[in-house]
Design a protein around this ligand. Sequence first.
Ligand code: C5P
Length: 255
Amino acid sequence: MNLPVEIAASERLIVALDFDTAGEARSLVEGLGDTVGFYKVGWQLFLGAGWPFVEDLLESGKKVFLDLKIGDIGTTVRAAVGNMPDCSAGRLEMLTLQGGRATVQAAMAGRGERTRPWLLMLTVLSSMDDADLGDLYPGGHDSATLVDVIRIRARMALDAGCEGLIASGESVRDLREHFSDRQFLIVAPGIRPEAAARDDHKRSLTPYQAIRYGADYLVMGRPVTGADRPNDVVRSVISEIEKALQDREVPPGAG
Ligand code: C5P
């Protein structure tokens, strides 16, 4: 696996373009200019603007993380990933999956000989905590904590061949320590500057904490997209990332 060794602080921030229309997304991208080079496109924008928008972003030199959280039977996952347009598929940096070993193997088969997009497995949504897990698995809650479930899902995904994990909150540090002998990417959503609202994230970290604990990339949406001065927010996040890289506790997964 060829993961990046040195990633500049400014390239570690991925801004989530959670907008309804291409026009709104484009205006943020243009406003941020060269300050941000990496964007996440999820269901909200993808269903509204689709591949033409993704293609435009790629053409303008931006890196793209397509957050479709693909999870289906293996045959469908393989066909879906294989069906991404040739001109864009190999140029996407990241694609998210949810599911088990068969999902990962099918996505790898669909990706074929390409080295991109990196396949990232969702562990547990950052809008869920231990209590939500109890609601989902009422019988098993006493024996398996959120930390256990995240570790089990992480091991499965990495064993099956994923290049990385989506992880948030304290699980960033736990996964980096627990799988310290492995190379993999951690992409952390649910990132909030100290003073910002948590929104729907029950497990969130500041940019400084997430990088210090071992995340490689941070995903941030509303604190940037909803800001009066998005450039200021981004600049302050990047300077937190720079500081955290110097204070990093555990070696980065990619390094
Ligand atoms: O606006 P905010 O910073 O909360 O955006 C977080 C983004 O990360 C959203 O686009 C959401 O879909 C995504 N995400 C997440 N938790 C995950 C995986 C993805 O919040 N576990």
